[in-house]
Write a protein that binds this ligand. Sequence first.
Ligand SMILES: Cc1ncc(COP(=O)(O)O)c(C=O)c1O
Length: 392
Amino acid sequence: MTRRIYADNAATSFPKPPEVLAAMTDYAEQLGASAGRGAYREAVAAGELVAACRGRIARLIHAEQPQRIAFTLNCTEALNLALRGMLRPGDHVITSRFEHNSILRPLHELAAGGVDVSYLHVDPATGRIDPDDVVEAITGHTRLVALQHGSNVTGMIQPIAEVGRVCRQRELMFLVDAAQTLAHIPIDVQALGIDLLAFPGHKGLLGPLGTGGLYVRDGLDEHIRPLTAGGTGSISELPTQPDFMPDKFESGSHNAIGLVGLGAAVGWVLERGVESLRRHEIALCKRFLDTITHVDGLTLHGPRDVEQRVGVFSVRVEGLEPSELSALLETEFGILTRSGLHCAPWAHDTLGTHAGGGTTRLSFGAFSSEADVDACIEALTAIAVPTDVTVQ
Ligand SMILES: Cc1ncc(COP(=O)(O)O)c(C=O)c1O
């Protein structure tokens, strides 16, 4: 088989640690039961594995207790739970023009129902917001600030700690979309003043698709309505939804096999340490940036400073549509990328790349190697400068 280089970790990480598949296979072969839905050994064991996953995520983000984490299908569902669960007509929410559709679309719907939304402008070169703009946008009705931590278009890291401080001082709730940063950058929800942290299990955490979650600060859950109601395996005699976490937000059978895999993945992340994963990512970013910023005919959108970014890169090559570039990278070089708007249309408006079909995105992950990065540099250079394939 020809070489395949996976450079789409911003969509979902690949490969996963071998421990993930092993844990899922063990569960499927030996347990198979629904977590928390029976008193027999296999159901109890499945429940313990799901609880272990919750505990590891709580440790990773420094949540007060494991039950502060509610599992969801993905980051989108977690963001919907936070936004739709919390905001009421008349509330004001502050967000940015760089957000993913999983924040923009629920907010558009909520705005139609009477929620007031302010969109912060961002630095057009990078996508970074200015925390002073958050202060300026606050009104007497502001309830929530909802921002992504890292951009899935430019890799830009937002000044989350500064915004967290503003939110604390002004007693506003702070929702952070950590889709591109959890397990890429250390996140301590308590130190950063984060009230709600939405995250996928299948990206930086290295778990399987179909996993994600929402961290809810102690005491906030009573202000959030669940998206669904139903069986929780707890206080089943009552016709009403439990009012305690995580059951309040976890109706129906869990994705037990997925959460078992996620538990193994988070164990792997904790063992390596996020700082060490971050060092690896910074080294790859530096290697990519050192060369790619000097290639004629190629434009990189986003920060040059490795400290201000994660390993998500948006590029355009003169004379090529982003989709043509992705196709060439795959067919000629076996490099897998994603082209288009990346579910962030306003980010591309800001960058000036919307009308041209967006960008081609390359994103590296925990299992990307220096050789992978070099192959991407060589391929992009060969495409952008066809007569001179020498890496400058
Ligand atoms: C910044 C950002 N937020 C939210 C999401 C949605 O994540 P999920 O696919 O887990 O719903 C993504 C996915 O790419 C993302 O990049």
